[in-house]
Design a protein around this ligand. Structure first.
Ligand SMILES: [Zn+2]
Ligand SMILES: [Zn+2]
Length: 287
């Protein structure tokens, strides 16, 4: 199939193009009309958050040079997965695969909040003291690897079209950068858009320091899972300007804003330290 050959041959260029394109668009939007004042300088934030992104891309390339697309090709060659086994029209297989992959990412996100040892990895994303386009790609290297392994397993079971995997990767990356933007959509536009895709105001609630707020709005792309599974929260109690972003136990910029500290975050504190883990999962009763 011509389109598939083109996508496979240019997969890395397509992904990088969308990444830098979104970074530029949302970055300019944030510069012109920021939603909140930053607590850490933009230069430090961008240098360190993007430093982590480039470091992760390099490590990921070393471990999984063919990435998720390579796994989709391999699954097809082996005849693995539902859509490689049953003859399904291309567009049905593509759309269904994208929706299911997004659902798996939602479940994974709930899991990394619920399981204390995995929360240690995901803390790096939440320890950001501000919320902007670079937060959207800021994840610990080990979480990125875990994420890739879960994606591999999903692809092996699903057998999605190769194009579906590329579309999913590009769309997820783009929407994640959009909904971490330090920007605002007009209220009535936000109301409509958040039925189709997670908006910045919807995902910002998830970055609240408040435990019940951070344990809501887990979706990165499609907003339906949160509404369907009872984890949807409309707005932060304190309002978007006044709410505090981050984790109560991590406020030091050495860990929250600088790359070496970020990489160290999962290893801070005992794994058995119930208080640290509990504070994030069910701390509502502590107030
Ligand atoms: Zn989270
Ligand atoms: Zn986030």
């Amino acid at each position: 199939m011509a389109i598939e050959d083109f996508v496979m041959a240019n997969e890395k260029t397509i992904r990088m193009g969308f990444f830098f394109g979104m970074l530029a668009v949302i970055g300019i939007w944030e510069f012109i009309a920021p939603r909140r004042a930053l607590t850490v300088s933009k230069v430090v934030r961008w240098a360190n958050n993007l430093g982590l992104v480039f470091f992760n891309s390099f490590i990921l390339f070393l471990i999984f040079p063919a990435a998720a697309v390579g796994m989709a090709v391999f699954a097809r060659q082996q005849g693995w997965g539902i859509f490689n086994y049953y003859d399904t029209p291309f567009w049905i297989a593509t759309i269904t695969s994208i929706v299911i992959l997004d659902f798996v990412i939602y479940l994974q996100h709930v899991m990394v909040h619920a399981v204390p040892v995995l929360w240690r990895l995901h803390r790096v994303h939440h320890a950001d003291l501000d919320f902007d386009v670079t937060t959207g790609a800021r994840f610990h290297t080990l979480e990125i690897i875990l994420s890739m392994l879960i994606k591999f397993a999903t692809i092996a079971v699903l057998g999605p079209p190769v194009v579906a995997v590329v579309i999913f990767e590009v769309v997820l990356n783009a929407t994640s950068m959009f909904n971490h933007g330090n920007v605002r959509l007009p209220k009535n536009v936000d109301r409509i858009v958040r039925w189709i895709v997670v908006t910045p105001d919807m995902h910002r609630v998830h970055h609240s320091i408040e435990d019940d707020e951070t344990n809501s709005n887990f979706g990165f792309n499609l907003p339906w899972w949160d509404r369907l599974f009872g984890t949807y929260r409309d707005q932060p109690r304190a309002g978007h300007e006044a709410m505090t972003i981050g984790i109560r136990t991590f406020r030091d910029t050495k860990y929250c804003a600088w790359l070496p500290g970020m990489l160290a975050i999962p290893f801070i504190g005992k794994v058995t330290d119930y208080a640290i883990n509990r504070r994030q999962w069910s701390g509502a009763d502590e107030k």
